[in-house]
Design a protein around this ligand. Structure first.
Ligand code: ATP
Length: 466
């Protein structure tokens, strides 16, 4: 059937961009003809330097690289090409095929290995696989974008002198490889800062891997960190690398590091000292280049004094120690953070962001926020759900928060009947879709409700002006 005018068809995928790196003209030529036959856009390079120059000029999706490039080795070229173009699929081609070279190529980041002579079917297979890989990566990018829409972006902007000093310290620490210990109450943003540190560090293009220590049993935590081999324990059905290996070249974030058994503390200490570890159940010693950032909300000196935490491990972990202030210790940031969360959750709910009433601002500043930024975020998320009006009033918040500033009327509290009536009417009006509906719920005439509302609005204006 002919497509209907105006009908939308899915966009054609853009052609695969392929770079052929070989010092032999004939091979380049044969590969070009074959690849162009599969719809690829092909560029050629006859040396390692020409390959790097080609990548600097424009990205490629896939590269065929000869193992012997004149005097240079294609193996050495692999990491240099990946440094230039991290998402590139590299396939090494060579007549000198040996198993060891194949393993070495993959270790250095090549995706595959193709012995000469190769057939067009083999080339097609490589191109198809690279295309699938590209599609998956782009889908992953989309999903990451969507995820970023569902979690408010963390901000390092601050008007608080204490927080300013913290961010300065993190920024300086980012440049080095020193272990960093982030201390602070739960919800102060230790995880957020650990990630910020990683993204400011030279390791930012490598993985950031989190291990949440208290959520796992001792054995599972050991295996999570260092991996295991098949049969190491019941349920270990295959070899499994740990988070330390996943974080190779990057940063390992150990959240709540105080919650580790003595045996595991010893293994972690050895890893910090020597960068060496073993997978559970394996004799072979492995190495990993990983920067460790740890966090705790506990008094580790007390844990050391009471024999629960190794002193030598504490000194290894806190080469740089950063103490995050509680939210109540940085009041300068509170309203700005609150407004960011309001804007974020309003956008997610597709409504205009409500303002904070003066009473709400006073209440937010008066409350102690024991759950810190996490509690503030959750309180605002909830407020936007329960309070559809254009101005957020204290009543949109849980009673424990509202009660702190004494600004909210609670049933059974020290209030006059008139105060309770006003409060009840305002809450019903905020959640009802119309004035008529609010009047129906309250069991009074719409005109009576209208008069009462006028009176309350006048008294709110007087209070705000106070
Ligand atoms: N600067 C910030 N900007 C925006 N959101 C923040 C900021 N700091 C913390 N948050 C939010 O607060 C919540 C808690 O942050 P995070 O998990 O980093 O705290 P934590 O100190 O590691 O807590 P815990 O000790 O409980 O693991 C998260 O939802 C995070 O997004």
């Amino acid at each position: 059937m002919e497509p209907q005018p105006g009908a939308t068809t899915p966009p054609e995928p853009s052609p695969m961009r392929v770079l052929v790196v070989d010092d032999e003209r004939n091979i380049r030529h044969t590969l070009r003809i074959c690849l162009e036959g599969f719809g690829c856009v092909v560029r050629e390079a006859s040396s390692a330097e020409a390959a790097l120059a080609a990548l600097a000029q424009g990205p490629a999706d896939l590269a065929f690289v000869d193992l012997r490039l004149g005097t240079a080795s294609g193996l050495d070229l692999v990491p240099r090409m990946l440094a230039e173009s991290p998402g590139l699929d590299i396939v090494l081609i060579t007549a000198y095929a040996t198993f060891d070279t194949a393993v070495e190529a993959v270790k250095r980041g090549a995706r595959d290995y193709l012995p000469k002579p190769f057939t067009p079917a083999q080339i097609r297979h490589v191109v198809d696989r690279a295309r699938t890989h590209r599609e998956l990566s782009s889908r992953l990018g989309d999903l990451e974008g969507q995820l970023a829409q569902t979690v408010p972006e963390a901000t390092l902007e601050t008007a608080s002198p204490v927080m300013h000093a913290v961010i300065g310290l993190i920024t300086r620490a980012a440049a080095s490889d020193a272990a960093v210990l982030l201390r602070g109450e739960s919800g102060t943003g230790k995880g957020v800062l650990a990630r910020a540190l990683h993204s400011m560090s030279p390791r930012r293009r490598r993985p950031f891997v989190t291990v949440n220590c208290p959520t796992l049993s001792e054995q599972l935590l050991a295996s999570e960190l260092f991996g295991h081999v098949r049969g190491a324990f019941t349920g270990a059905v295959r070899d499994q690398p740990g988070r330390v290996e996943q974080a190779e070249g990057g940063t390992l974030f150990l959240d709540e590091v105080a919650e580790m058994s003595p045996a595991l503390q010893a293994q972690l200490l050895r890893f910090l000292q020597e960068k060496q570890f073993e997978r559970l159940g394996e004799g072979r010693t492995r190495r990993a280049d990983v920067r460790v950032v740890a966090a705790t909300n506990r008094d580790l000196e007390k844990d050391v004094a009471e024999g629960r935490f190794r002193e030598d491990l504490l000194y290894r972990l806190n080469v740089v120690e950063v103490k995050l202030p509680a939210l109540r210790e940085r009041p300068e940031d509170l309203l700005a953070l609150a407004r960011r969360f309001v804007a974020f959750f309003a956008r997610a709910a597709q409504r205009p962001p409500p303002d904070l009433s003066p009473a709400t601002e006073r209440m937010l500043l008066a409350y102690g926020w024991p759950g810190n930024v996490r509690e503030l975020r959750n309180a605002l998320e909830r407020a936007l759900i329960v309070w559809p009006a254009a101005v957020l009033e204290p009543q949109a918040f849980p009673e424990r928060i509202a009660a702190a500033s004494g600004s909210v009327v609670m049933l059974g509290g020290p209030h006059t009947l008139e105060e309770v009536e006003r409060e009840h009417i305002l809450r019903v009006m905020a959640s009802a879709p119309s004035l008529d509906e609010a009047a129906r719920i309250l069991g009074i005439d719409a005109s009576t409700l209208w008069r009462k509302r006028k009176k309350y609005e006048a008294s709110s204006a007087d209070k705000s002006a106070e």
